[in-house]
Design a protein around this ligand. Structure first.
Ligand SMILES: NC(=O)c1ccc[n+]([C@@H]2O[C@H](COP(=O)([O-])OP(=O)(O)OC[C@H]3O[C@@H](n4cnc5c(N)ncnc54)[C@H](OP(=O)(O)O)[C@@H]3O)[C@@H](O)[C@H]2O)c1
Length: 306
């Protein structure tokens, strides 16, 4: 297991970072891209998280074969998941193990539908990386990565996977309560990302805007109610302090949703606010503030055409 074969579906900013560190730890790593003519990729990683600010380039094999996949790390954007998994469905079988490492919730529904016999795990990371160019990744900030299973039958798979990844620099932890962690991350994403698009501002600037602060608070209250019901009626600690702390800590950042919007790319809104609103509907809990934000983002004209 420590030197298991890994395939990375979506070697962008986060996928390349993990590919790099898995390879560094001795794993065999192959990339799955959407470029049929590509057989190898040179990826340069600038590590700005260490005082030495190292930079190095590593070659990766791009795999277009039809052989079964052992360990699959999914790091495409949430809305790209269905098409990406569909493209490799013939390579996933009951022996495969999939790890979803994305923002938002519900991307795993594609796996349930496409590969009902395959085990899958979920993770969340606050590592920060971005693409200076297509194959040039900047690791800009150290964070934490947590992995767990939403299905108790696969908890041991999560424990073993985390053990195997401990030797990588990103050494993730196993969280037996991963669903709660994903919900808290969803709250942060619901309360910061779309608002930075609507106010066209950095994360920290939301805290200076009274109207944005009021929306943040309302979003958090709604997420608390939906999260509590989704977790079986538990009482959820107030989420606003967490959201404020993240907005302060990442104050100078442009959220990924604002970056996607400014580039004219689809955003992950349907798997963030869209997921929350859908869960509210399913559980009979009103989410008017999140629904209004979802509508506003859906109706936005592409950046640059306003
Ligand atoms: N970047 C971060 O710091 C960070 C931190 C925490 C969480 N996340 C989350 O991690 C996920 C990935 O984000 P990211 O920043 O890494 O995005 P990204 O840089 O856009 O990477 C996504 C990659 O997926 C590839 N892709 C899209 N469709 C594909 C397909 N059908 N088959 C194979 N590859 C495909 C893209 O290929 P092309 O190169 O062809 O476009 C791109 O390389 C998101 O959910 C994000 O919210 C990111």
């Amino acid at each position: 297991m420590p030197h298991a074969d890994w395939h990375i579906l979506g070697p962008g900013a986060i996928g390349s970072l993990f590919a790099w560190h898995l390879a560094e730890a001795g794993c065999s790593v192959r990339l799955l891209t959407r470029h049929p003519g590509e057989s190898a990729r040179l990826i340069t990683l600038d590590d700005q998280t260490s005082p030495a600010h190292t930079s190095a380039t590593r070659a990766f094999h791009v795999d277009h074969q039809d052989t079964p996949i052992q360990r699959l790390l999914v790091t495409v954007k949430a809305h790209q998941t269905a098409a990406a998994l569909e493209s490799i469905r013939h390579r996933i079988d009951a022996g495969s193990l999939i790890l979803f490492l994305q923002n938002g919730m519900g991307t795993w529904d594609c796996a349930k539908a496409l590969f009902p016999a395959t085990r899958w795990l979920v993770g969340t990371t606050t590592e920060g990386s971005w693409r200076a160019a297509d194959r040039h990744i900047i690791h800009a900030g150290r964070g934490e990565t947590w992995i767990g299973s939403l299905n108790p039958a696969w908890s041991n798979d999560a424990v073993h996977l985390v053990d195997a990844l401990k030797s990588t620099l990103l050494h993730p932890g196993h969280d037996p309560q991963i669903l709660q962690r994903l919900w808290r991350k969803l709250a942060v994403n619901c309360a910061i990302n779309p608002l930075t698009v609507l106010y066209d501002c950095r994360n920290g600037e939301l805290l200076q805007k009274p109207a944005a602060l009021r929306q943040m608070e309302a979003v958090c209250l709604e997420v608390e109610r939906v999260m509590g019901a989704a977790l079986g009626g538990v009482t959820v600690e107030p989420l606003l302090p967490l959201v404020r702390a993240v907005a302060e800590k990442t104050g100078a950042n442009h959220s990924s949703m604002l970056q996607d919007y400014r580039r004219g790319q689809p955003t992950e809104i349907e798997f963030i606010t869209g997921y929350l609103v859908a869960e509210g509907l399913r559980l009979g809990i009103a989410t008017p503030e999140n629904a209004a934000i979802l509508d506003a983002i859906r109706q936005l004209a592409p950046a640059g055409s306003r």
